[in-house]
Design a protein around this ligand. Structure first.
Ligand code: PHE
Length: 456
């Protein structure tokens, strides 16, 4: 049965900690490892990390607070929430969110499928020596379609379970495991000789790169993607919140945890790149082609680590299992945005919504499983640009259209009036112009990606 929107029967989180863990689970995902490591490598390591941190703090944090307060205030999914609070003219923004959920999950699930395949083969000790050949076999074509379908089936099953029994329970089990695995891997990486330059590359910025528009766009887009912003994921999660806790504190917890995981992942990946002399292979500093950027973690890293014999195999297995956990807790949030929209706007049952939306996404993802260029364009267009578009309009709506209501909601559970003032100024005067400039910067990259797709 569909529950009436905002009614007491509407599903909700079992505990506040459960909500926070699930939100961190949404944020921490493939973005923190697969995407962060290769965009950081392309963007000059530390320069990128610094810019990224700036965007997280000054743009990501205020937008996240805005999303959380809209969700909690309205107690319904984004399309209805925006309509109720801002009027019918804001409904298209909610539709854009649902579109991004469909679009991102369609290719995200393909990559998540690879992590399942790699984990499985690493555990069986069946990873072949020829890593590039292996990736070419399992990364595209029918094998990739199959693992994508399997991953979607798992995601759909969890979302059918509902907020408490599906989403929350999954996060409570998987997030601590993920953290333990990652810390273990980062500690293991310190035992690699010759990793020193890797840490240096990662941690010491070169100033010229801080001003490069392409790197600035990447850093901003990555901040949105990694924090799950700009498409209503956290807005949806907050709509299942009953208790009125301090949303600024919540935002900071999620953002710090997300950055912490990305940073730890870098402490694992960069020493490997330098220890095994992969700098040339990965073409760091020069232009990377699509296949190698998408495949960096899936080709170069396993090939190198495998040379360490059984220990290497165990490290690879641990790494891909961790990636799989990270991907799963994010994928359920992407699907939940679409599912909650169907439940609240069309009064579908959760089961019907999850199956229909999940099946649609599975079909939409097949082109990405067959052609990595499609995956890449999806990631650049939906996973980067549209998220920033979503963030831009969210900040306009919250900062200009519903500001008094927003501030009142934010003040609940908040003991520091200064925080509201800082948030208000950021969301009104900093976020919109910065995002506008970054969006203009992002046009050339997008054009290149589309050209590559069509081979021109
Ligand atoms: N934040 C997730 C990651 O880093 C991806 C994501 C984006 C999830 C947008 C939900 C919404 O992998």
């Amino acid at each position: 049965m569909a529950s009436p929107t905002g009614s007491p029967q509407r599903d909700s989180w079992g505990s506040h900690a459960g909500f926070v863990l699930a939100a961190i689970g949404s944020a921490v995902g493939l973005g923190n490892m697969w995407r962060f490591s290769y965009v950081a490598a392309e963007g000059g390591g530390a320069a990128f990390v610094l810019l990224y941190l700036g965007f997280v703090a000054f743009v990501g944090v205020p937008v996240m607070t805005s999303e959380l307060l809209v969700g909690r205030l309205a107690q319904v999914s984004p399309i209805e929430a925006l309509k109720r609070l801002g009027g019918p003219r804001w409904a298209p923004l909610g539709m854009l969110f649902a579109f991004c959920g469909l679009g991102i999950l369609s290719y995200y699930s393909v990559i998540a499928g690879w992590t399942m395949r790699y984990s499985f083969d690493a555990i069986r000790g069946a990873l072949p020596d020829d890593a590039a050949g292996y990736f070419a076999r399992v990364g595209t074509g029918m094998p990739a379609v199959l693992t994508h379908v399997l991953f979607m089936a798992i995601t759909i099953t969890i979302v059918v379970g509902g907020i408490k029994k599906g989403l929350e329970r999954t996060a409570i089990v998987l997030m601590p495991l993920l953290f333990v695995l990652l810390v273990g891997l980062a500690i293991w990486a310190t035992t690699l000789s010759g990793g020193g330059p890797g840490y240096a590359y990662y941690l010491r910025p070169r100033l010229s790169e801080l001003l490069d528009p392409a790197i600035i766009t990447d850093a901003a887009g990555q901040a949105f993607f990694s924090l799950s912003l700009g498409m209503g994921a956290l807005m949806t999660y907050a709509s299942y919140l009953r208790s009125k806790e301090n949303l600024v504190k919540e935002t900071l917890t999620i953002a710090v945890a997300d950055f912490g995981v990305a940073f730890l992942a870098g402490l694992f990946i960069f020493p490997i790149i330098f220890h095994f002399d992969l700098v040339e292979t990965l073409g760091l500093g020069g232009e990377l082609n699509t296949d190698s950027t998408v495949g960096t973690l899936f080709i170069a890293m396993p090939a190198a680590v495998r040379s360490l014999g059984r220990m290497g195999n165990a490290v690879i297995a641990a790494f891909f299992i961790m990636l799989f956990f990270a991907a799963l807790t994010s994928a359920i949030s992407l699907l939940e945005v679409v599912v909650s929209a169907a439940i609240d706007s069309w009064h579908w049952s959760r089961q019907k919504a999850a199956i229909v939306a999940g099946a649609t996404i599975t079909l939409l993802g097949i082109p990405s499983a067959l052609n990595l260029n499609v995956l890449d364009v999806g990631d650049k267009l939906v996973g980067t640009v549209l998220l920033m578009v979503g963030g831009f309009f969210t900040s306009i709506m919250v900062g200009y259209k519903i500001l008094p209501q927003a501030e009142q909601e934010l003040s609940l559970g908040l003991d520091n009036p200064m925080a509201i003032k800082v948030w208000r100024n950021l969301v009104r005067y900093l976020v919109p112009p910065v995002l506008l400039v970054v969006l203009i910067f992002s046009i050339p990259k997008l054009v290149t990606a589309v050209k590559t797709l069509f081979g021109v």
